[in-house]
Design a protein around this ligand. Sequence first.
Ligand code: FRU
Length: 460
Amino acid sequence: MPDHRPRYHFLPERNWMNDPNGVIQWRGRYHLFYQHNPHGALWGNMHWGHAVSDDLVHWEHFPIALTPTEGDFDEYGCFSGCIVDNDGVPTMIYTGTQAHPTNGMPYAQHANVAIGNEELTAWRKHAGNPVIRPPDDYHNLMGFRDHCVWREGDEWLQIIGAGVNGQGGVIFLYRSDDLLTWEYLHPLCQFDAVVFDGVQVGTMWECPQLLNFGEKHALLLSVMDEKGGIGTVYLIGSYWDRRFEPERAFVLDFGRMHFYAPQALTADDGRIMLWGWITEGRDDALLVQAGWAGVMSLPRVVTLGEDDRLRFAPVQELAQLRGREFGRSNVPAIQSSTLEIYAVFKPTERIEIAVRCSERERTTIFYDPKCAKLGIERGKSVSAGSHQHDLTTLSGNYSLTDGELTLHIFVDQSVIEVFANGEATVTGRVYPHPDSLGIAVNAREEELIHFTAWELNSIW
Ligand code: FRU
């Protein structure tokens, strides 16, 4: 069976993973929790998995942190949430789901609290759970889940993702003095349209997170409509008087559903870093056969550019994984499925870097300045069993400001992450034959300014 398991991206030892949860730097160490089904390779039975790292690169698997309690407020699953430091007391806020209808939803969703031990390995569920139920005057909700909590003066504020069926997304805002008793304030932001600033914003907002960049704030939203997930977007706007006024909207990653439900932490050194769930592009039968599903993205440092758009850069700690190095003249010698590529172009027409290549297969990362398109073409990524794989092209509109394009590409078996000038990203999955290991650069001599590639080592 072809081995598509990534070598330097985080994933559990086996079974299903989705959203990053409760990402926090605690006593210096990075803790990554995640939505996890410990009983199978498909979604269900949501627990919180747990892993710890000292360097953002190497991860140690820890025991499961949170398990649903039968017959209780989270019996159908411990869904996504966050962890905050309450004066030295690690406090988790997560969504409990129960299989009975409320507020127009086919299930009940509500906020719960759990208190952690010093190692963040044992979590005691608060006796007064649930601590928040959906507002009474909303009868037609698509969901009520996922939590972002922050401190403002002496108070705690919390937002919860939701959406009104057939209408649009809504984020509910709450306040608390102690993280246990919450008062509903008002919607932080609510739409009654499914398109904003030319971007599809759906009717249900999952995993909301408000990032503070001083004068401007960014509201990250994982959006879905009645048919399912669409992708991650961010709204740039101002946060004032406890309301968020959106001005612009952007697609966060052109891979759309392949970079979903991201969550950010602010590290002790001030960096804001984001992890996203890299979804699969193969069908359920293949997931069950493989015994695992879902990959965590590389941590991305997020900043706000002067043009009020977000910038994304892979954390510099990843450089420690670099092994054998290749310059532009040794491109034909490269045979690897775990690569970092750094290339600079001055493209006048379509340029390409093809990875995971053989005579029959290739995955093409391209930029076309004529139509301002950046993407990953997957039509030839897999030559066999292709009906079980998503082979659509992942792309988006991206214009160069000064004619120069830096492509920073990470290839890890079945995972591709592309950073274009730090301004646009494309994340995707491909499942080629294990022997498709070559790469090819298609650009005219004078268009390629620089090229370096490194083989990357495994983190395990
Ligand atoms: C996003 C999401 C969240 C939810 C979790 C359940 O992928 O649907 O809204 O809390 O996954 O696993």
